[in-house]
Design a protein around this ligand. Structure first.
Ligand code: SF4
Ligand code: SF4
Length: 64
């Protein structure tokens, strides 16, 4: 699960990851910002640095 920690965007040399804000799924909690990471297909070179950097294993590699 992505916790919006920003580690993947820091290691990505190709600006292929962006963080966006999304509403929290739980109705019993409130937080100001719920950030998630999104990998952009075109600029991604498949270097895998983000996969290695993510503390929650939220990124997986797929064939394309
Ligand atoms: S995908 Fe992983 S490294 Fe990137 S913001 Fe989410 S939790 Fe952090
Ligand atoms: S695999 Fe893609 S998104 Fe991940 S660090 Fe490399 S270029 Fe960036």
């Amino acid at each position: 699960m992505c916790i919006g920690c920003d580690q993947c965007t820091i290691v990505c040399d190709d600006d292929a990851i962006e963080l966006y804000d999304t509403p929290l799924a739980s109705p019993i909690m409130e937080i100001d910002v719920n950030r998630k990471a999104r990998v952009l297909r075109e600029p991604c070179t498949g270097c895998k640095l983000c996969v290695l950097a993510c503390p929650t294993d939220a990124i997986i590699m797929i064939d394309r």
